[in-house]
Design a protein around this ligand. Structure first.
Ligand code: ATP
Length: 266
């Protein structure tokens, strides 16, 4: 049978500061995870319950996965990550077992976060689905309802096709906190450029503000890709000239003209 790859107890070390922009998303996640852990007394006093599930949605390459990884690192909680497609591509009956297993592990590792990346693969509407697909979704819903009595298991899910999701998934008590992770605005693009360029040798003629303006409509992933392409061009020049020179504005211009925008402009 298919082996399910998962990150277990070993979250990638991404920090909040590695993510440009997305201040509101970061803050909402912090509150959802930190409040119940640090201030259970205040929550009890106010009579409010902790969020059990959060859904991140938005176009590709705009830091949904990165955000989940940062939450894992920064919260210090155990983190179990699964890709929806990996669960679906299993033999009949195996997928349901895999879903139950993920939650079992999460309960043992509590306080913990279960992250379902590409949740649409298992969470799309029941209409037009094979029986096996319906069963996986039902198992997922049951498991999510089951953690009500257990403290310390938070479900986080991500998708770039929210319109496909079965509404039952977003009912109160399930993935009821819904956060849009959108394309970066100008300030966020500048932020992303700075974070990336920090690790690169950049020439004095490179103006981050100007680049950020030119990059309107690009996703975070595309901005990082432009930087990498610029670096690649500089590398070629170094080899040609037999000496090391930093990555210059001309390299960025060259790269910018060659990386196509995949997502709708903001
Ligand atoms: P998909 O929907 O395709 O899974 P995603 O929204 O999960 O996309 P990520 O995997 O988080 O996107 O981002 C891809 C890569 O793009 C990251 O590893 C990172 O290099 C870069 N990136 C995207 N957004 C940002 C950002 N806001 N700050 C820094 N890097 C970013």
């Amino acid at each position: 049978p298919t082996v399910m790859r998962e990150v277990y107890l070993e979250p990638p070390k991404i920090r909040w500061t590695d993510i440009g922009g997305q201040a509101e998303v970061k803050q909402s996640l912090r509150e959802a995870v930190e409040w119940p852990l640090k201030h259970p007394d205040i929550m009890a006093e106010l009579g409010i319950t902790a969020t059990k599930g959060l859904l991140l949605y938005g176009p590709p390459g705009c830091s949904k996965t990165l955000t989940a990884q940062a939450l894992a690192t920064e919260s210090g909680l155990n983190f179990i990550a699964v890709k929806g497609a990996e669960i679906l591509n299993m033999y009949v009956g195996e997928s349901e077992r895999a879903v139950r297993e993920v939650f079992r592990k999460a309960r043992i590792a509590s306080p913990s976060i279960v992250f379902f990346d590409e949740i649409d693969a298992i969470g799309s509407t029941r209409e037009g689905k094979q029986n096996s697909g319906v069963n996986v979704l039902t198992t997922l819903l049951n498991e999510m309802d089951g953690i009500e009595m257990l403290r310390g298991v938070i479900v986080l899910a991500a998708t770039n096709k929210p319109e496909l999701l079965d509404p039952a998934l977003m009912r109160p008590g399930r993935l009821d906190t819904i956060l849009y992770v959108g394309p970066p605005d100008r300030v966020a693009r500048e932020d992303i450029l700075r974070i990336k360029m920090n690790k690169m040798k950049i020439a004095g003629d490179v103006d981050t503000k100007e680049l950020a303006e030119w990059m309107e409509g690009y996703s975070g992933a595309e901005i990082v890709s432009i930087c990498d392409k610029a670096g690649h061009g500089a590398m070629k020049d170094c080899l040609r000239d037999g000496k090391i020179s930093p990555i210059a504005k001309s390299h960025f211009e060259f790269a910018l003209a060659r990386v196509e925008r995949q997502i709708t402009p903001t």
